[in-house]
Design a protein around this ligand. Sequence first.
Ligand code: COA
Length: 260
Amino acid sequence: MNYENILSNYADGITTITINRPKKLNALNKNTIQELHDAFDAAENDKNTKVVIVTGSGEKAFIAGADISEFADFDVKEGGKLAAQGQALLFDFVENLSTPVIAAVNGFALGGGLELAMACHFRVASTNAKMGLPETSLGVIPGYGGTQRLPQLVGKGRAMEMVMTAGMIDANQALSYGLVNHVVAQEELLALAEKIAGKIMRNSSVAISKAIKAINANYRDGKDGFKVEIKQFGKCFGTEDFVEGTTAFLGKRKADFPGK
Ligand code: COA
């Protein structure tokens, strides 16, 4: 598919989605959010794609936030609608994909950019990355899940400080906060994400999709994560991957998962 603001490339089991508005530091306008939805949806429905990596083009930014020029004149109703539509179309959508999604944070990840990185299943960053939720400096609050996912990842006190100060943290601080899992030089970032993707791809994609459901359930009000785990655990016993995984182990050979 041809996109205006993003690139989507498939190779060796990995679909890499790149936000491609470098002159605007990859800011998320409405069209980019729709295109990202479409690209993630296509990757989820592509049986060859086992892992999705999302990153930003250029050397400066992952995503410098929602496009401020698009919402500067919104009223109360339009503001609420912007957040609700964005959460449904992209942020919740990505978090609940059954295909693993890795954010490769290659520069500024601010506002909606950090919110997208946080909606991904985990994050790796380059040494030059800077992360923050600067919305209160604009007179607004994070609206794409940032007030919920940041405290889940870094703890309430750190999230409160980041949101109240509207400041940025660097990659090493993000690493010490647990916001990103690894930090490497910018030129090594995609290779690192691909190496981790390679490790993921050796395992059962069906089991991984059920693990995502069970882990996510821990972060949803009204969901009993233990019950979800029991249900998803049980379902694994009806899969071809389970038969292959256990048979291969007992036969002292490497599993070749059919992904069913
Ligand atoms: N929305 C719209 N445009 C944005 C943007 C955003 N979130 N972030 C950057 N841009 C645009 C700038 O307006 C500028 O466009 P122009 O060249 O047409 O003037 C271009 O991207 C380059 O940004 P610039 O500010 O000149 O780069 P910088 O290196 O001086 O500063 C940042 C980088 C990230 C510190 C700065 O761009 C910034 O603070 N951006 C906004 C971050 C933010 O508040 N995000 C949350 C939004 S809710």
